[in-house]
Design a protein around this ligand. Structure first.
Ligand code: HEM
Length: 226
């Protein structure tokens, strides 16, 4: 049995911040009224989180990188077949499997669209996104409608996500949750063709990325220069 560092600290921090923010967004969105101010703040935060994850997907450690886990349809179908037949194909290296990778991409796209559409939305009562007045009334209404519809897609993805994790925990007896908390996973010998090298990024890379992403997000949402 080998214990490997599976998810780096930034990826885990991103994950649990996103979970809390999304719960907060659903609660404040439903409560409405003065809570919409917090809805907007949390939405800006999520925009920053998604930007962070996009950057981390390029400069982060091995298992966080898109080049490491994003796979074509053939790999996804092959993996799914193996899963169904009870004879999973050998996976090249630890990390997101091809199907999990697809759900990561879907989550980033759908949650990203939610955050961006919020910037252009206007509920005609209390809350107007920072760019709602920069586009036509029609377009802003379209974004508002999309913002509402897309929230159902997020619920769908979250339900699927939790169902997939439950399937791994209870049926495949593979606890995926612990590595997303501690970062570490124990692997039986010989399960993978290669074990990844120790690949954590130095802390300063994380700090620089956070500062750049925070400053960029601030400029996008607070519009200090335009
Ligand atoms: C609003 C709810 C949630 C959202 C939006 C969400 C989103 C995500 C995203 C985007 C990833 C990809 C991580 C990355 O590589 O950046 C991920 C992975 C993961 N999430 Fe969640 N998540 C949610 C709730 C949960 C909960 C409640 C749990 C635990 C019970 C959980 C456990 C995991 C695990 C174990 C992985 C890694 C899967 C793997 O091994 O490939 N998530 N989630």
């Amino acid at each position: 049995v080998a214990v490997i560092k599976l998810w780096d600290f930034p990826t885990r921090l991103f994950h649990w911040c996103l979970v809390l923010a999304i719960i907060g967004l659903f609660v404040t969105g439903k409560l409405g009224g003065n809570w919409m101010e917090w809805h907007q703040r949390l939405g800006f935060f999520v925009l920053g989180l998604i930007l962070f994850r996009l950057v981390w997907g390029v400069v982060g450690s091995h298992t966080a990188r898109f080049s490491q886990f994003v796979r074509g349809p053939r790999a996804v179908i092959g993996y799914l077949r193996g899963l169904m037949s009870g004879q999973p194909q050998p996976v090249a290296a630890p990390g997101h499997n091809p199907l999990g990778a697809l759900s990561v991409v879907a989550m980033l796209v759908v949650v990203g669209f939610q955050a961006v559409s919020g910037l252009f939305s206007d509920d005609d009562i209390l809350l107007r996104g920072p760019y709602a007045a920069a586009v036509s009334k029609d377009l802003s209404e379209w974004f508002s409608k999309m913002h509402e519809w897309n929230s159902n897609l997020i619920i769908g993805l979250v339900v699927l996500h939790l169902a997939a994790i439950a399937f791994y925990v209870f049926y495949k007896k593979d606890n995926l949750v612990k590595p997303m908390i501690t970062g570490e996973k124990s692997l039986p010998d010989g399960q993978f063709q290669t074990l990844l090298p120790e690949n954590a990024r130095p802390a300063w890379v994380f700090v620089v990325v956070v500062l750049v992403v925070a400053a960029t997000t601030y400029c996008v949402v607070a519009r200090p220069f335009w």
